[in-house]
Design a protein around this ligand. Structure first.
Ligand SMILES: *Cc1c(COP(=O)(O)O)cnc(C)c1O
Length: 457
């Protein structure tokens, strides 16, 4: 059969909360035009993130009941540990309450000695944790990543020439870690090829710099390798995953993504000395090494989720539903990042709202318009999230102005996706009516979460 269907049936449902356009205009004003500040019951379709929003399976819910809540040595921990070891091949597993808990610990430890981190593109909390530890993060995305409109199979790749040039110089002394984000979240959910992982690993070995994967979407990345990279078509996803991790010294993971869990994360690694230093910090921040900020039931849900994500029927459906939305938008002339990534469709707000200058946050204009039109909550990944100021207080814009429509795993059906496409296309056809925004209040770190904005007159 040509039709790819949802590889599940639905046992338990939640209502959607419907609102009128007038109610949404008022709600957005009360939220100071920042959709992070909206009550979720004022949202019809929530595409803010795919993080922690997955629908858990009946097996995971059964695991929740099986969770053992012993403070130390819980069987749920050993099951979780063994699952991570089996899937990723990394021997040491340290649970944390979510991905950023793992980031905070790893970077606090590593930044004591060295203060530069290099990545294909660091995710926002990853960058913030690096900077908070007193270090700097450098992004070396590949050339193809720079043009959202032009498709290429592995736009998440690291620019390995640039990486080698940097590591061959005197600066190598200060490099704490090289991190490949798979898939590259801030770069559009684009995959990294096995070849690029291997090359990055070889360069890191040559210059004796540790190499980690930020592995939040490792299974989606493995699926892309299977579909797009020579020689992998007939290899099971689980073997592709094993090979990906075989090149790394360790990983950071948010279980809120490709583990179908609502909370959780972990660090995994090979280096026992580093693990000792991480665990020392773990016990004073997250918790004892066999629960690390999680309940036993969470560890069960993560372990089961990690097994389920490797189901190739699931991965085929997952990619198909993202491509389906992207194809509809492309057919209507809406500028999207091509090809679509693994967990989201990204609108190119620079081309969507051509008349709005970057210092008036065109991505925010699109996000607000989608909410008002159809109650859809998306997120800006542009100059509100990544912009900086120069010494004179002028905005240094981000490279791209994107709007991310993240698709929660196993949550929405095809008719929800049809509705999303209809709303976006209507907003696009009326785009000339959109205005820019200005910031009226902002925090020092991760300002997009709390900033207050106002439409320009
Ligand atoms: C979500 C995410 C993180 C942070 O994980 P949390 O569980 O949200 O703290 C880090 N890196 C990437 C690539 C992510 O997508």
């Amino acid at each position: 059969m040509k039709t790819i269907i949802e590889p599940f049936k639905i046992k338990s449902v939640e209502p959607l909360y419907f609102t009128t356009e007038e109610e949404r205009i008022e709600a957005l004003q009360e939220a100071d035009y920042n959709v992070f500040l909206l009550p979720s019951q004022k949202v019809i379709i929530d595409l803010l993130t795919d993080s922690g929003t997955s629908a858990m399976s009946s097996r995971q819910w059964a695991g929740i009941m099986m969770g053992d809540e012993s403070y130390a040595g819980s069987p749920s921990f050993f099951r979780f540990e063994k699952t991570v070891q089996d899937i990723m091949g990394l021997p040491i597993v340290i649970p944390t309450h979510q991905g950023r808990g793992a980031e905070k610990i790893l970077f606090t430890v590593l930044s004591q000695d060295k203060k530069t981190y290099i990545s294909n593109t660091l995710f926002d909390t990853t960058r913030a944790n690096i900077e908070f530890s007193g270090a700097v993060g450098l992004d070396f995305p590949c050339e193809e990543a720079k043009n959202p409109g032009i498709p290429a199979p592995f736009k998440g790749n690291m620019d390995v020439v640039k990486l080698e040039k940097h590591l061959a110089g005197p600066e190598v002394k200060d490099v704490a870690l090289v991190i490949l984000t798979v898939t590259n979240n801030s770069g559009g959910g684009q995959p990294v090829s096995m070849e690029n992982i291997r090359q990055t690993s070889e360069i890191c070995k040559k210059y004796q710099v540790p190499f980690f994967l930020d592995a939040c979407r490792f299974a989606e990345n493995a699926w892309f390798i299977k579909q797009r990279e020579n020689g992998y078509r007939d290899i099971p996803v689980k073997d592709i995953v094993r090979e990906m991790f075989s090149y790394a010294n360790g990983c950071l993971m948010s279980a809120k993504k490709d583990a179908f869990a609502n909370i959780g994360g972990f660090l995994a690694m090979r280096d026992t000395d580093l693990a000792v230093r991480c665990r020392n910090l773990l016990v004073i921040t997250e918790g004892f090494p066999t629960y690390g900020g999680l309940a036993g039931r969470d560890l069960e849900a993560i372990a089961i989720g990690l097994e389920e994500i490797l189901d190739e029927h699931y991965l085929a459906y997952r990619m198909r539903s993202i491509t389906y939305l992207s194809d509809k938008l492309v057919a209507a002339g809406v500028p999207v990042m091509l090809p679509p990534g693994g967990h989201a469709v990204y609108l190119d707000a620079k081309r969507f709202a051509e008349h709005i200058p970057v210092d008036q946050y065109p991505g925010i204009s699109v996000v607000c318009a989608l909410y008002i039109k159809g109650g859809i909550r998306a997120v800006e990944i542009g100059s509100l999230m990544f912009g900086k100021y120069d010494a004179g207080g002028q905005l240094i814009p981000a490279v791209h102005e994107l709007v991310r429509l993240a698709i929660p795993r196993r949550v929405y059906t095809q008719s929800h996706i049809d509705y999303i496409a209809e709303v976006i296309i209507e907003v696009f056809n009326e785009r000339k009516k959109m205005t820019g925004y200005k910031i009226i209040e902002e925090a020092l770190l991760l300002r997009h979460f709390t900033a207050k904005l106002q439409p320009m007159d």
